[in-house]
Design a protein around this ligand. Structure first.
Ligand code: NAD
Length: 360
């Protein structure tokens, strides 16, 4: 297969980690007889320096013409970098918001996986961890409270703020379909999270999710209230496969799920639209404190590239091979400094990339 990938290396550790992910993709291409064509675009601080804005319209057009986008990370030290003296709409992060909007990325996927080899990084006790966990948080990204009408005004002499939580059936239907499609590629269980005992928007959410579920008879569906879900994530995380939820609940739950894995350098993510197109990036930022020192953990970006293979290119065997190679390297005791523990072998970013490629 021939696929076009737009590459955004970005700032800080971005170039280092993306280079390793591209190396992994090249290894996959060679082994499975694919061609991946890369086109680099600038986004974030590097684009501000070169073009005066965090993302140009030409760069957006290049991204739109690709089959998928691979992103490292953008941004600098928010206290010291001159980028943060600019108006908010000209700062590095504005590039990220613009590209998500322009590409219509409404579904955010964040896997939270506990690698058996990294059990001791998990803040939960052994009994709770049990056999480990491997869940996928599917969060709606362009609707709900963060995008509804809002205002602050004085009512009866009191300063009063209003945020509006709006979802229509179409917005719920498309994210639900995505959630069930992902579950079909996994353990075929969806936990739909809402607050249907209180909110109208959640009652509509539940109704539409039930309707979509009728088309996926193989998938087990359960509904869970968000407060219970927050508890269950730390009480019995192994029960979850796909967690499907709206924007704000997903924002909070995905960070909670990330924390229980204990290692930020390992967490991949994907943002999808209603085609096969997606933007794939690690969940962490640009880590300016360790940039250029070959200390960054490239695994989150490599696992994001594996998600690209699986969800944008339908290359499941290739994605499995990358994920298995990552597990193998960890099993053999190799660690970057952020996940280092006693008795393991500490390696740099580049070496970690090489080790993973050798095991594909
Ligand atoms: P961060 O995730 O960059 O770093 C937090 C801590 O984790 C740092 O100590 C860093 O060294 C460490 N870390 C992060 N990724 C690592 C990796 N792969 N390997 C080893 N250690 C790693 O968060 P921050 O310091 O709050 O933000 C730095 C910059 O990144 C800011 O400009 C912020 O706006 C930006 N940011 C960008 C994105 C994105 O591009 N999507 C996301 C979050 C933050």
């Amino acid at each position: 297969m021939n696929k076009k990938i737009t590459v955004i290396k970005g700032d800080g550790i971005g170039p280092e980690i993306v280079t390793q992910a591209q190396k992994v993709l090249d290894t996959v291409a060679k082994k499975y007889d694919h061609t991946f064509e890369y086109t680099d675009i600038l986004m974030g601080g590097c684009s501000i320096d070169a073009c005066g804005v965090p993302l140009t319209d030409e760069a957006v057009a290049t991204a739109k013409a690709a089959d998928a986008v691979l992103l490292g990370a953008i941004g600098g030290n928010t206290s010291t970098s001159p980028w943060y003296k600019l108006a908010p709409n000209l700062r590095p992060e504005a590039g990220l918001l613009k590209i998500r909007k322009e590409l219509g990325l409404f579904a955010n996927l964040r896997p939270a996986v506990l690698f058996d080899q990294l059990r001791n990084a998990c803040p939960l006790n052994d009994e709770i961890i049990g056999e480990g966990f491997d869940m996928m948080i599917m969060r709606e990204l362009t609707g709900g409270l963060y995008f509804g009408a809002r205002e602050t005004k004085v009512v009866d002499g009191l300063e009063t703020a209003v945020d509006t939580l709006t979802y229509n059936e179409k917005e719920i239907e498309r994210i639900a379909k995505r959630g069930f499609d992902i579950a079909m590629k996994r353990r075929k269980k969806v936990t739909s999270v809402d607050k249907a005992n209180v909110l109208d928007s959640s009652r509509l959410w539940r109704k539409i999710v039930n309707k979509v579920a009728e088309n996926y008879p193989e998938v087990e569906l359960e509904h869970m209230l968000v407060d219970n879900c927050a508890m269950q994530l730390v009480k019995d995380p192994g029960q979850f496969d796909v967690i499907l939820t709206e924007n704000m609940f997903g924002d909070i739950l995905s960070d909670e799920a990330a924390m229980v894995t204990g290692s930020i350098g390992m967490l991949a993510s994907a943002s999808l639209n209603d085609t096969k197109f997606g933007l794939y990036e690690p969940s962490h930022g640009s880590a300016p404190d360790i940039a250029g020192q070959d200390k960054a953990n490239p695994i989150a970006t490599i696992l994001s590239a594996a998600m690209m293979l699986r969800y944008s290119f339908d290359m499941d065997a290739e994605a499995d091979a990358v994920e298995a190679a990552v597990k193998k390297v960890l099993e053999e005791g190799y660690r970057t400094v952020d996940i280092m523990s006693d008795g393991m072998t500490c390696v740099g970013c580049e070496k970690m990339g090489d080790l993973i490629c050798e095991r594909i």
